[in-house]
Design a protein around this ligand. Sequence first.
Ligand code: HEM
Length: 433
Amino acid sequence: MSVMTAADHRIPQDLADSLVTPPAYADGRIFETYRRLRSNEPLGVARIEGVDPFWVVTRHADILEVSRQNDLFHNGDRSPTLIGQEGDRKVREMMGGSPHLLRTLIHMDAPDHLKYRALTQAWFMPQNLKRLEDQIRVIAKAAVEKLAAATDAEGVGHCDFVQAVALHYPLRVIMSIMGVPQDDEPRMLKLTQELFGAADPELARDAGTPPEERDFDFSVIIDFSNYFRALSESKRADPKDDLATVIANSQVDGAPISDLEAMSYYIIVATAGHDTTSSSTAGALWALAENPAEFAKVKADLSLIPALVDESIRWTTPVKTFMRTATEDVDLAGRDIKKGDWLMLCYASGNRDEAVFEAPDEFHADRRPNKHLAFGYGAHLCLGQHLAKMEMRILWEELLPRLSELALDGAPAMSEAVFVNGPKRLPIRYRMS
Ligand code: HEM
């Protein structure tokens, strides 16, 4: 890559450091970092020891500009997620020089990307999802019933909403669509939490070990792959009307997709398919518990539910960052980006951009329009966005009419991660009819 000579656009060290500090994403510091970057250096260079330098893209308009130019800004030329030099070296050593441990849609560019996306695209289109609505509603009703059953004689209940509903509802939805047996859901949940929570002291697989002593850990990916390899074999032997069967029998250019590509496909759908939705659901409930006026607003007018869903996704922005690599020298918002430069797209910053959102640090359940970037943009625009919105809508349709009171009942907590994060604990006190 180029050496990035733009010394004048180097961002202050404390801000650069917070971008790579997982606790900063849990305690809210990251939003102050983003705010200062947007107003002082919206497209600057972060230089951090042990990490290749990267451009930090914090403005809504610039994130869109990069995301829509998929030929100019590639996903697959370097790691599409932030990784340190030592981790990158280990991945390349293990993968015969490739910077990728997996080969998901996120790691691909044209022409492969479209071909692989087309394999499952029809499954995620609203027309197909419509036929799943009843099945998803049954799962939502069960989740709401569980909350109601946990109340006392006065109708009052206490729970950690993350554990009680937010984690398990989207998990059951995506696993039933994939065709993963229900008994295996706890295993899927644990592996996903270990993958995305690798930097969180409570969620990481080697949680007892201090971060600086942890080795780069490939074992979660290996465990996922072993599980899905067996599932894939069973779906080939006994095909079903589910997504795992589609992936197991996928062909590109007339040949079956490779083992690495198939395992990567399973892993991205299984992980992205519930963790993000869980986070957005819990993020919304947290905001409603803290803002009684917003809670009253949606309860009084259930037609606001689609707006509530969009706002909860903007508010939480579970996918904090993805990386791109410039394929040519290019001028971007007055900056001299060189071929090979690495860029961090800070979606959660774009989603708090004062130039686009009025009162961006406030949760408005009826925010319209809501041009959030939480699903990305361009060729890689989230494949599961319609599913995510539909399942959240259905849950609120079932829950809000019955939930009459809601308040925090202790301190909530966010997970510590620079890539994907969200609420990991949300104690609430509630009343239900
Ligand atoms: C609130 C929920 C969700 C959020 C915030 C979210 C966010 C994202 C983001 C930011 C991207 C990258 C977009 C880009 O690079 O432009 C993405 C891609 C993707 N998402 Fe989601 N996602 C969510 C739910 C889901 C669900 C439910 C599924 C699947 C079942 C899913 C599957 C995928 C896949 C397969 C990709 C890769 C698409 C590609 O590269 O072509 N996501 N998502």
